[in-house]
Design a protein around this ligand. Sequence first.
Ligand SMILES: Nc1ncnc2c1ncn2[C@@H]1O[C@H](COP(=O)(O)OP(=O)(O)OP(=O)(O)O)[C@@H](O)[C@H]1O
Ligand SMILES: [Mg+2]
Length: 256
Amino acid sequence: MTGRPDPPAPAPGTRGGTASSGNGAAAALTAVRCAAVTKTYGSGAASVQALRGIDLQVRAGELLMLVGPSGCGKTTLISVIAGILDHDGGDCSLFGENVHAYPKNARTSWRGRNVGFVFQAFNLIPTLSAAQNVAIPLLINGSPMDAALARARLHLREVGLEGREDALPAQLSGGMQQRVAIARAVVHGPRLVVCDEPTSALDSETGRRVIEVIKRLAVGPDRALVIVTHDARIFEFADRIARMDDGRIVRIEPGA
Ligand SMILES: Nc1ncnc2c1ncn2[C@@H]1O[C@H](COP(=O)(O)OP(=O)(O)OP(=O)(O)O)[C@@H](O)[C@H]1O
Ligand SMILES: [Mg+2]
């Protein structure tokens, strides 16, 4: 298990009051450490080697963007990093913890407290309102319903969805659904936020504003943000840009 008490989720616009690693080792904190990570889907002639030996570190306090052509393995890599997909070779640790080695329940619980994920297809629950969708991570972590919904509404305002809190996903545009998914990923103050194409459905101005919000809410001295994107308009927000091709990291460069 983690041995680390959970910090309270930060309110929008504040830096979460986290106590780093709890033992003063914050300065050396590496958020994500991947070493020789491999992942193959399927077996035999139909198998696809999606990750072919990934070496990557994401520092606490940074926004790392991951770019590369369609099919090169970006979603696979961030799914492994976030602990929602098992890799088959190499090591992947989060904040110094080998989360992948935890028993399934412990891993799920760790992920629920420490990771936020914006899925490429949003993955909102269609029968729940925007506010109820955003409240889910808080409810999973034991927050009372009223408090969870109040915080969810605050975060929806942060992403520009004031007045749409009670709408069902189907009543929202794609860009609005994407912003609900973003609010849901950051609402519980996770230490690692992973976003898969978070601006793909947003116009230029909204995309920039939303990235600013994610960065403010998700990056801090002991927090990190990984964003998969094709959107060069948001490169300026990156601390570093990792370029992938054919299951490998081929280059890492400073943000634009
Ligand atoms: N569940 C799966 N089963 C089999 N193959 C898969 C699965 N998911 C992904 N792949 C394959 O693994 C490779 C990497 O896919 P992945 O989705 O990680 O790429 P990506 O870089 O995110 O692409 P995109 O930019 O189109 O989202 C692709 O060849 C893809 O077809
Ligand atoms: Mg993808």
